[in-house]
Each structure stands twice: as structure tokens, then as C-alpha cells.
Design a protein around this ligand. Sequence first.
Ligand code: DGI
Ligand code: FE
Ligand code: FE
Ligand code: FE
Length: 187
Amino acid sequence: MKTDEAIDLIRPHLKQARFDHTLRVAETAVLLAEKNNEPVDKVELAAILHDYAKYFPLEKMRREINESDLPQDLLFYHHELWHGPVASIVLEREHGITDEAIKNAIRYHTTGRSGMSQFETILFVADYIEPGRSFPGVEEVRTAANSDLYHAAWMALRNTIQFLVGKNGAVYPDTFYAYNNLTIHLN
Ligand code: DGI
Ligand code: FE
Ligand code: FE
Ligand code: FE
């Protein structure tokens, strides 16, 4: 799939603000791909597609998870975690996205996971630092991303875990595994 086809595919599924976010994630991901020697076109495609399922009806996402090989425990956690895994399976089944690197980057873009590839880490960080984001601490993560992609990912995971725990929320295990994995490997 080409970039312009991907944009045409996602556009009708997204609100304007989410579409604009997507284009900023793609621009950010391309810069990180260039800096870290990942295939720019593939990273850009993953970024354009990453929030494809963001506004799927909850019932559709629930059904897709139920009828898939995805971990069923997703259904016990916040529905915000569903759109990445659901996008990865629907994009493969209905739109021929079979590339494993692209599928995994989309699948894990919200939670992260232990042992994320550099490709996956680029989308994870780009989604967090795109210029429209204003999370507390995001500027620090942007600075880190200029010199150390994995350190930036670690900071984003730490901030997200702190944010979720701070509001007494659940944290999906993959997010902890991703954080612990980078904590151990960066030291
Ligand atoms: O889809 P986006 O808004 O661009 O960003 P995203 O896919 O990274 O979604 C992030 C939201 O998901 C963020 O507000 C926190 C929320 N969330 C809920 N539970 C978890 C979680 N994020 C992570 N990483 N882990 C969780 O368990
Ligand atoms: Fe997302
Ligand atoms: Fe994210
Ligand atoms: Fe996003």
C-alpha cells in the first residue's frame, strides 16, 4: 500500500483532529526512522495506519478481539487499548497489510511490549511526542528522542504508568513488561 492510498483509507474513519494527529505522527516517525536507519516508507505507512480503528464502535472491537487470536484479557482492560490490536488484524484481513513489522508496530503502539523492535519503538515514541502533544514531561521525552530512542520510549512508558497509577487506573501487563525491559537494558 502506498502512502496516499493509506491516507485515503484512514481519512473517513477519523475525526479531523485525529487525522491531523496522524499526519504529525507520520512526520515525526519519518524523522526518527531517518535518524535511526529504519525503512522510512514502511515506518511512514505504519504511522498513517496506526489509529485506523480508533473510532470503531466498541461492539465491533469487542467482536474482533473475541474472534481473533489476540489475548482475550484485553477485554478486561480499558477499551482505549483495543484499537491498536484491532487495527492490526482488520488491516491484514481487509486491506492486505501482511508486513510483520508494520502489523506489530500498529498492534503495540499504545501499550508497548517487552523487546520492542526499533521499528515498533519509533511509532510508540512518535505517537507520544508528535508536536500536538502536551502531556506533562513531553518536552523532556522529545529531547531524549533526538539522541536516544529507547531512552525516550522508557520515559514515555514511565510517564504513562505514573499517569495511570496516579488516577488509580489499571496498567496492562505489556506496558509494565516494556518499562521493565527497557529499565534493565538501559542500565
Ligand atoms: O490513540 P492515541 O490517543 O494517539 O494514543 P494511544 O494509542 O497511545 O492511547 C493512549 C491512551 O491509552 C493514554 O491516554 C493512556 C491510555 N491507556 C489506558 N490504559 C493503558 C493506557 N496506555 C498504556 N500504555 N497502557 C495501559 O495499560
Ligand atoms: Fe492510538
Ligand atoms: Fe501512544
Ligand atoms: Fe495515535
